[in-house]
Write a protein that binds this ligand. Structure first.
Ligand code: PGA
Length: 243
């Protein structure tokens, strides 16, 4: 696992966007694993700008998103489908029929099968973008006694419910369940880039960077086992996490 320390969060976003642009420019038919969340959200404007400036063409890509809330309509304003459409898909020339964000209203078993078909039906992910939760989750793979390899339904951690409640009227409105890629699905991507910033991520980064251990209690630590995983954090976060 490589760690890149930038001078600012803005620089981190620019750098991560450039990684994605490079993947697509090298392989116009790239299959991208995408992420939502307040951190990843800031990466997409750079992709949109690069598209508008003619520096990248998204017409040949396909995408699979990490996760979605269960029980939530794709039309809901904070569904991850809606976020992806608004932040990225509707602003560039991607073929939306080749974008997949799980449908939280579907029968769970049927949607898990559909998710697997999108992940493995043609080819593997060339790239996976990640954020990290205050719980240490990647996708919605929460910390616990064990991790799950494949696509599954996951109960949200209490800390995730609290963190995500900022998008809802109250914590009671945050869905309790999600459908998510498992850690094995994420780890099969050719290249992984994680972006993190802010004081709420200091405890997680502190644990991640403290040693060489991999633990189900800190899901993001599995990235230490990947041959091409990079963590991009700004100096402020890096210094708070390593002092
Ligand atoms: P955040 O979410 O960027 O909104 O902190 C990241 C995540 O939960 O993966």
């Amino acid at each position: 696992m490589k760690v890149i320390v930038t001078e600012s969060f803005a620089e981190s976003c620019q750098l991560v966007a450039q990684e994605i642009i490079d993947v697509v420019n090298q392989n116009p038919a790239a299959k991208l694993g995408l992420a939502t969340g307040g951190t990843a959200e800031q990466v997409y404007p750079h992709l949109v700008k690069a598209y508008q400036d003619g520096k990248v063409d998204f017409s040949g890509i396909s995408t699979v998103n990490l996760d979605e809330y269960m029980g939530m309509s794709p039309e809901h304003p904070v569904s991850y489908r809606k976020c992806m459409d608004t932040w990225f898909f509707d602003q560039v020339n991607v073929d939306k029929s080749r974008t997949y964000v799980a449908n939280g209203l579907n029968d769970p078993e049927a949607e898990i099968a559909a998710f697997n078909e999108k992940l493995y039906g043609d080819k593997m992910l060339d790239f996976q973008l990640l954020g990290v939760g205050v719980s240490g989750h990647i996708g919605f793979n929460e910390a616990g006694e064990y991790l799950t390899a494949g696509v599954h339904i996951e109960q949200l951690d209490e800390s995730t419910i609290q963190a995500n409640s900022r998008y809802f009227d109250s914590p009671d409105d945050v869905p309790r369940q999600s459908i998510t890629m498992g850690v094995g699905d994420i780890m099969k991507a050719e290249k992984i880039v994680l972006i993190a910033t802010g004081d709420s991520k200091v405890p997680v980064m502190k644990r991640l960077l403290a040693d060489d251990r991999v633990s189900a209690d800190l899901p993001v630590s599995v990235l230490k086992l990947h041959r091409d995983a990079t963590i991009v954090i700004d100096r402020e976060l890096y210094e708070k996490a390593t002092r």
